[in-house]
Every structure is written in C-alpha cells, then in structure tokens.
Design a protein around this ligand. Structure first.
Ligand SMILES: Cc1cc2nc3c(=O)[nH]c(=O)nc-3n(C[C@H](O)[C@H](O)[C@H](O)COP(=O)(O)OP(=O)(O)OC[C@H]3O[C@@H](n4cnc5c(N)ncnc54)[C@H](O)[C@@H]3O)c2cc1C
Length: 437
C-alpha cells in the first residue's frame, strides 16, 4: 500500500529479487499527471538513503540531480551570515533532492521489473489482517488477496489503523505544538540563486524558525516552523499585512527575497508534525509496516526518508534470507529496525531544539568547533553525532550510545585537566609564598 518514497523503493528491491508486487496508491500517477503535493517539496538525502538507492541502481542518477549542502548557513535578525560546516571532511555533505523527481525516478525504475504492477487512484480503505486482503476504493470498491500486505502508506497509514484493532498492539501519536508551512525564495533577477546554494539555511529565532533548501531551478523552498496557537503563531498571523510585518521584524533579509510572500502564505496549507511509535510492526507472516507507517518522525534531522529507505533494504534482505519462513523474516526486520527507529525519533525532536534555539549561540558554535577539532585530531576515536547519523550507516541507536560515551570521556578529560590546572595554580601560589617568606 502506498507508492510514496518507501513504497516505490521497496517495489524496486522486491521486483529486482523476482517477487510479484502490486502497488496501490491513492494519488494519480505522477508520471502522467505530475506530482501532486506531498509532505515537502525537497528533502535532504544522506548516506543511508544513498546506499539504498545504490542497491536500486539509482544513486548516481539521483546525486547528479541533487544540490550538495556542506553546512548550515545561519541568518541573524540583522542579516549577518555565519557558515557552520557539517564536517571536517569536505566530501561530507547532505543533498537537496526533489521529492517529486525522486519518487518518479523510483516508480520508473520499479516499472522495469516484470513482477511490478501499479494501481493508481486506489485508496486502501480496509485490511483483513488474517486473510490477508485489502479493500480498495477506486471506480468501484474491490477486495484483493495477497501473500503479504506491506503498509508503506505514510504517517497516517490505513494498514496501521487496522493493526491498531489488534490486542496488545501499542501505538502512540505525539504532535509538536509547532506546524509548518512551505514558502519560496525565487531565483534572483539575473537567474542565479538568491543565496548560497551549497548550504542549508536556518533563521533560528528561539521558539520558532525558518529553514531553506536549494532547488535545481535556482529557487529555495523555505519551511516556516511555528506554533499553531499563541501570541506569535499561525493563528495570530492571518492577514497579508500581519505576515509582511512579522517577516519585516524577524526575517528581514528573507523578506527582501520573497516578492510573493503574502500570497503564498495565505494560499499554502499548514501541516502538523507528528511522531508515531508503534509495536510490533508486523502481524504473523501476513502484514508488515515500513517507513512513516511504522515510525513517522519530525523532520529536524533530515532522516525520515533515509530511515524509511534503510527499512526497505533490511526488509528485502530479510525476505531474501528466509524465503520459506516469512514470519521469521518479518521478525528479523522488526528486530533490526525498531530500536534504531526509536533512537532517530528521539534525536529528531532533540535537533529541533538545537536548530531553533542553540545554533545561534556562541557556546554552541564553540562546542561544534571543538567537536570538529577532536574529529580531525582523533578521527578513529571521536566522531560527532551528526556525522554518524548523516555520513555513516552506523545504526542510529549505536550512534547515539557512542556519542554519549564520547561526551562522557571528553567531560572526564576536561575535568581532569581543570583539576590539574587548579592544582598547578595552588602549587605555584604556595611556592611563591614559600619563596617570599
Ligand atoms: C516538512 C518535512 C520535511 C522533511 N524533510 C526530510 C528530509 O530532509 N530528509 C528525510 O530523509 N526525510 C524528510 N522528511 C520525512 C520524509 O518525508 C518521510 O519520512 C518519507 O516521505 C517517508 O516515506 P513513506 O513512503 O514512508 O511515506 P510517504 O512519503 O508519506 O508516502 C506514503 C504514500 O502512501 C500513499 N497513501 C497514504 N494512504 C493511502 C491509502 N489509504 N491507500 C493508498 N495509498 C495511500 C500516499 O499518497 C503516499 O504516496 C520530511 C518530512 C516533512 C514533513
């Protein structure tokens, strides 16, 4: 169910392995009718996603169309810019890709496998978890049987909805009090980018922020993260005058680059930010959840799609390893992915606080700088958490554990150094007193 990013990649991997795959998607075929919306216009693709795409034979093509971002560009209220590189290694970058373009490339690739068939404008409206079978609402409702139903139908998954009726199925949806709205910075008058293209731009403003990622047409897609309610919120800013005034005060440099801000603001929807945690992700040997359907996370680490792609790789690999015992395959997939999905879910929420509040502070910049120095001096021993998450395939939970250990060791070393310094000063002081008496 679902021909979004995870569904389309999984269709490639399963099609390549020789499985028969029927993909049902509620939206029209983007290859014919263009990509109709989605959860964001562009996305940051990093090491995990690139690896998955390479297994589908698409990494090189997708990266050729991507724009690399080597660090964060922080915009102060006064319009001052400061660039914070993500890594000491100049090759480490995250990549801005078009969601629609990537989805289409995956759909086209999967359609090349004999076993893959698509059914667009088919919405899943019910799942019989035991048979298993799905009921689809299209021109007329129909029910189709399957060996296994794979729910790749996103954060508000209909397949997961059916599993929630099962005894002892855990499920929690947690919403941030912030929502988001997408806006655009068009190309400059000379047709070029209006800002540095090889960076992820951030306007951190405490309780709210805006970010911008570059597009190939030389525009930027901005995402404004803002509380739904309260004195400074989507609820409070409703008219064109309000939004122009608000941007004039908080994002003046961006305002100068956004000629259609008021119209876009009034036209574009506000979307919510949800974290979904559920368990287990499978039912017997018959139904399994993948990507956002299993573990939607907030977008602040740029890892939702990357994690969904890792799911696809592990699921395809598990089905391959246990061709005659699908339940063991599904159990292995869940066992390998659940802890990591929980870890990146937590890290994504923590990164929201970092991006909106801390990136602008001198202490944060000092910490990031010392992390980079340690990484350069002791690359085998010290790797910053961001690098492990974005530029390696170290499992998320392991990366988080390793980062905690590294932090403890650094604190211990600093404490010892501080103690030695204090002892040294006291000793010097005593020597000076002894000499003078
Ligand atoms: C603002 C924002 C920015 C983001 N930025 C990044 C980023 O930079 N990097 C990153 O890695 N991740 C990012 N993400 C996360 C990423 O978008 C998701 O993790 C990713 O799309 C998950 O893929 P998916 O296929 O599981 O779900 P989706 O992409 O949501 O696809 C689900 C598909 O299922 C279909 N569907 C839904 N219900 C039904 C139904 N009942 N019947 C049939 N079909 C159905 C939908 O139409 C859709 O095509 C971001 C998310 C948001 C909200």
């Amino acid at each position: 169910m679902g021909a979004g990013l995870a569904g389309a990649l999984l269709a490639c991997l399963l099609g390549k392995a020789g499985h028969e795959v029927a993909v049902y998607e509620r939206r029209p075929d983007p290859r014919e009718k263009g990509f109709l919306g989605g959860r964001s216009i562009n996305l940051a693709l990093s090491a995990r996603g690139i690896h998955a795409l390479s297994l589908a034979g698409l990494a090189e093509r997708v990266l050729n169309e991507a724009i690399s971002m080597r660090g964060r560009m922080i915009h102060s209220v006064a319009g001052r810019l400061s660039f914070q590189p993500y890594s000491t290694n100049p090759r480490d970058a995250i990549n801005s890709v078009s969601r629609g373009g990537l989805n289409e490339a995956l759909l086209k690739k999967a359609s090349g496998y004999a076993g893959v068939r698509y059914y667009f404008e088919h919405r899943c409206v019910g799942v019989d978890l035991e048979r298993p079978a799905v009921t689809l609402s299209a021109a007329e409702n129909r029910t189709v049987d399957a060996d296994v139903v794979i729910g790749c139908d996103g954060a508000f998954s209909a397949v997961r909805g059916e599993m929630q009726r099962l005894d002892r199925f855990d499920c929690a949806h947690t919403y941030l009090e912030h929502g988001y709205k997408e806006l655009t910075i068009p190309p400059a008058a000379d047709g070029g980018f209006a800002m540095e293209p090889h960076a992820l731009h951030i306007w951190p403003r405490g309780g709210f922020m805006m970010i911008a990622l570059p597009n190939r047409d030389r525009s930027f897609t901005c995402t404004l993260f803002w509380p739904f309610a309260g004195p400074r919120s989507f609820e409070a800013v409703r008219s064109a005058d309000d939004i122009l005034r608000f941007f004039g005060v908080h994002f003046p440099d961006a305002l100068a680059l956004m000629p259609a801000l008021a119209e876009e603001y009034l036209r574009n929807p506000i979307a919510s930010l949800v974290t979904v945690r559920c368990a287990p992700w499978f039912h017997r040997d018959r139904v399994v959840l993948v990507g956002d359907a299993a573990h939607a996370i907030v977008p602040f680490y740029g890892q939702g799609m990357n994690a969904a792609f890792e799911d696809c790789v592990v699921l395809a690999e598990s089905l391959d390893l246990f061709p005659h015992d699908r339940q063991v395959a599904l159990q292995r997939y869940y066992g390998l992915r659940k802890t990591d999905a929980d870890a990146i879910g937590d890290l994504a929420i923590a990164n929201f606080l970092e991006m909106r509040d801390r990136v602008a502070s001198p202490l944060f910049r000092l910490r990031k700088k010392s992390e980079r120095v340690l990484h350069r001096l002791l690359p085998r021993w010290y790797t910053p958490l961001y690098n492990m998450v974005s530029f390696s395939r170290i499992p998320y939970a392991q990366a988080r554990r390793r980062a905690t250990q590294q932090r403890r060791i650094v604190v211990a070393i600093l404490t010892v150094l501080l103690l030695l310094a204090v002892i040294g000063v006291v000793w010097l002081f005593l020597v000076l007193i002894a000499k003078s008496t």
